[in-house]
Design a protein around this ligand. Sequence first.
Ligand code: SD4
Length: 315
Amino acid sequence: MKLTALGGLTPLTNWSPHLPTTSGKNNKPVVISTWNHGIPANEEAWNILSRKGTALDAVEAGVRIPEADPEVRTVGYGGYPDRDGFVTLDACIMDEKEQCGSVAALQHIKHPISVARKVIEESPHVMLVGEGALQFALDQGFEKENLLTEASRKDWEEWKEDADYQPEINIENHDTIGMLALDSHGNLSGACTTSGAAWKMHGRVGDSPLIGAGLFVDNEVGAAAATGLGEEVIRTCGSHLVVENMRRGDDPETACKKAVQRIVEKNESVNNIQVGFIAVNKQGQFGGYSIQQGFNFAVCESDNNRLIDAPSWVS
Ligand code: SD4
């Protein structure tokens, strides 16, 4: 471990698990999602889970809430555009049979997560991008809309004055939404949806629509999702790594922490990098972990929907 290069960071050995960032009991159904906007999203998902609905239906319905909310500037309608002023959306969804669907660099469609689900149900593929994804969505009956709100257009105009691309560590405390659910039948599913990094290059795709990076589900083991600087998550196949850590016996928080540690070890400095992971296992235990402070996630179980501050590598 390159601790010398990580002045000021906490080595794994000094860490001890602390409640209530994780749950120790057998627990289902449960739904967990990234950031503050996870609270209303969980509420919607819980409506389905509490009526014995499927995890797949729950995560799709849940993340549609921030996708439709123009106040959430990092997901769906109202999301920040790329440097050329285009709102391009990334999303994926994965179910308990390891069926997965994904869209990337999709424009003009408010609910990319539902297009991703259609990729599972109505195409022989896993991933569609750009123009092809838009054409598929229109063929499936989705409506073409302008997703660039006046507020986001103004922010983009302001950004263009300096045109300085600096990924922000925690954007207003709510970024990509990744959501994981365990339903009353004991099945896991996950969804992840985002407008990606603000002011990104046109055509840039982050981790969020990439199965294994932004999201991974293995119904025998658990599920994980990521938020933060997508390039770092892609390099380490972050969500897949978290699930594999759980397969080897780690509880969800430790599994997330080890994936964070992998990113930390691969970088000379993580001062300007934020990545957060959430995870849930087959027993309904959950946890999260991030590089920097400021990452939180929402958990809903037994009608109790609450925000939890994730522990972080940098204290
Ligand atoms: C991306 N991971 O496109 C997304 C953005 C995000 O917190 O999650 N920001 O890189």
